[in-house]
Design a protein around this ligand. Structure first.
Ligand SMILES: O=C(O)c1ccc(O)c(O)c1
Ligand SMILES: [Mg+2]
Length: 626
């Protein structure tokens, strides 16, 4: 396709054998692959077979790599390395690729002599050129002497051979906090290849960091956009290629990783070069909140969940015009119970039992959001609907649950008025809830990065740094996606430990899903008093917690006693913002609710209380199970 960079992925990013990797890369829409030597060595077929397989799939082989420990070695190693290069040139010609990646030498014996490095690479490039091949030189962040792109560029410049160019890799540059901006001034045609990788910010040995924790652009915390902007400003016109070494990717389903990879690359291009027509994406929607949550239920669980919601102060407020779908409401919170046969909800119920099967997001432009989602490779969904009912653009989240896009237009009938028979409701007893504060999902190990990319890419939510929360049965890793206005908050939790609440959810509910729903209250104590009066099962909090709370925040005795009486937890931030919250028991051993009140500018989720809460839940649920 003219006007855009070809999109490539290194085989090391993907699980399976070389056949699986190439098929997944081609099917999702990559233009090319980097062949990692190890994937070739372990493949049961010749390089010519790989060439044919790639060609049949319409994939270019963008590079063959890595060629290690080449430059600036003393004799006789120098000569041996040139012989080794000739043998790899044979492989490249059989593969049908013209470019090899030489990564900077890590050997103790490597000489600190850029002139020698340049002479050696010049010799290699000259031999490559005789066969119509090219050599690219990449600085590894842990190279013996060459670690930064400008050192590699200096060597390439000294070598001064048209078949030798520079290779840059965002990880090596950004991991060393090196400045990529100078890349913009390089002649673009002297950059032979560009690799992109992100990573979470870990303070650790850079080689270990690179080999185990890289992830796709947008999944980590490195400033990829600035790097890519500098590269593109040079006039570089070659492939943009993902090169991720990651323990979880090695174990993940190959198609899912390939999809995440291409999604991240499309997004990275759009963020770095929003004015290039080829990189244009419809803008991320402005989200004003979670409009509703939809539960998949059958007849029995619909009644049970309906009465649980009744204890929480919800009223049955509507009946869908054409489907077995009920609306429960309290204040501005809408919960939908769907028991319609032959629907997405019914399919979800079969797989997962009573559970959240869809989230409705209130957005400014549903059609544009749906186009953006499609451009980012999300599967769309069209639910059947009755005559006159509102079409809701819908897409599938990575776990198959639906995200429905709802617009509000002042003066026009709401979704609820259009599609439901609204029922008369009694005036609310307690001050009603103000909205859905946050929705927490439990994910299987290895799913975090993919979910982060989905919400960040499609909806423009910002990922917060990861927190580690101690459940009595193991650690839970939590990362929240939030919007700037603070009206949408989606924490994501994973746990490798199978007996944590998160681990148990994944096994009991057969996969990722909504584990907990927090309602925003203007007065948590009043809401909880009402719930408790209607017999709602609330989570008891141990006395020790309140002793510690008194010590930590110096609360008034009366305030402390009021919190304790209602099993309310409390947290406070640096600026005196406060958080008052309480939890219900689990529903059907699957999900639970929380009531939260935010004071001042408190923006977190009470992570300081997570250990106490999770221990209380483990105790309470064990007792309920008998
Ligand atoms: O970890 C490595 O050795 C390695 C090899 C080749 C690369 O392109 C790279 O970025 C890292
Ligand atoms: Mg690299």
């Amino acid at each position: 396709m003219p006007g855009r960079h070809s999109r490539s992925i290194a085989t090391v990013c993907l699980s399976g054998d070389l056949t699986d990797k190439l098929e997944a890369a081609a099917n999702i829409g990559f233009d090319g692959v980097e062949i990692f030597e190890n994937d070739l060595l372990t493949f049961n077929g010749s390089p010519a077979d790989v060439r044919k397989m790639a060609a049949d799939l319409g994939l270019a082989i963008t590079i063959f790599q890595p060629f290690r420990d080449f430059e600036a070695m003393p004799e006789p190693q120098r000569r041996r390395n040139l012989d080794r290069a000739e043998r790899k040139f044979d492989v490249m010609q059989a593969l049908g690729t013209d470019l090899v990646l030489v990564c900077s030498n890590v050997q103790e014996a490597c000489m600190d002599d850029p002139a020698r490095a340049a002479a050696d690479l010049r010799e290699m490039a000259e031999r490559a050129a005789q066969r119509g091949l090219r050599v690219g030189f990449e600085a590894l962040a842990w190279g013996r002497h060459t670690r930064r792109w400008h050192q590699a560029w200096d060597i390439v410049t000294r070598a001064d051979h048209p078949a030798l160019g520079l290779i840059v890799d965002s990880f090596h540059t950004l991991a060393l906090k090196d400045d990529p901006s100078g890349l913009a001034a390089l002649p673009g045609e002297r950059i032979f290849f560009v690799q992109l990788a992100d990573a979470p910010l870990y303070d650790m040995d850079v080689l270990q960091w690179s080999r185990h924790y890289r992830n796709f652009p947008g999944q980590g915390q490195l400033p990829i956009s600035g790097f890519l902007r500098a590269v593109l400003a040079s006039g570089y016109a070659g492939p943009l290629s993902l090169e991720i070494f990651n323990d979880e990717f090695r174990a993940a389903p190959v198609r899912q990783t390939a999809r995440d990879g291409l999604r991240s690359l499309i997004l990275a291009e759009a963020e770095a070069a929003p004015t290039l027509p080829a990189a244009a994406l419809p803008p991320a929607p402005r989200m004003s909140g979670v409009e509703f949550l939809e539960f998949a239920v059958n007849d029995a669980s619909r009644q049970q969940l309906g009465s649980f919601l009744g204890q929480l102060g919800f009223q049955r407020a509507g009946q869908h015009r054409s489907k077995a779908v009920e609306l429960y409401r309290q204040g501005s919170v809408n919960l939908v119970l769907n028991s319609e046969p032959d629907s997405a909800a019914a399919g979800h119920f079969e797989m997962h039992g009573p559970s959240v099967c869809a989230m409705g997001f209130a957005v400014n432009d549903a059609a544009a959001a749906a186009r953006r989602a499609e451009a980012l490779l999300c599967a769309s969904w069209n639910e059947k609907r009755g005559v006159g009912e509102r079409p809701l653009p819908a897409l599938r989240a990575p776990n198959g649950a639906l995200v429905l896009l709802v617009e509000h237009h002042p003066g026009r009938p709401s979704l609820w008025e259009e599609d439901f028979h609204l029922l008369p409701t009694a005036p609310a007893a307690a001050p009603p809830l103000l909205g859905i504060d946050h929705v927490t999902q439990a994910l299987a190990p290895g799913q975090m990065d993919g979910f982060v990319l989905f919400y960040r890419g499609v909806f423009g939510l910002e990922p917060e740094p990861q927190l580690d929360l101690p459940d009595p049965q193991g650690l839970v890793h939590s990362r929240a996606l939030v919007n700037a206005a603070g009206t949408v908050r989606l924490p994501l939790n994973t746990s490798e430990a199978r007996e944590t609440a998160t681990g148990r959810f994944i096994s009991a509910a057969a996969g990722a899903g909504v584990h907990h729903i927090a309602f925003l209250a203007g007065d948590a104590a009043a809401s909880v008093t009402g719930m408790s009066g209607r017999g709602a099962p609330l989570l008891p909090i141990p006395e020790n917690y309140y002793d510690d709370l008194a010590a930590r925040f110096g609360l008034e005795d009366a305030e402390l006693a009021a919190l304790q009486r209602l099993n309310l937890l409390y947290d406070q931030d640096q600026d005196g913002g406060g958080f008052v919250h309480a939890y219900t028991a689990n529903f059907a051993d699957r999900f639970f609710f929380e009531v939260v009140q935010r004071r001042g500018n408190y923006r977190q989720f009470g992570a300081n209380n997570a250990a106490v809460r999770m221990a209380a839940q483990a105790r309470f649920e064990a007792r309920r199970r008998g």
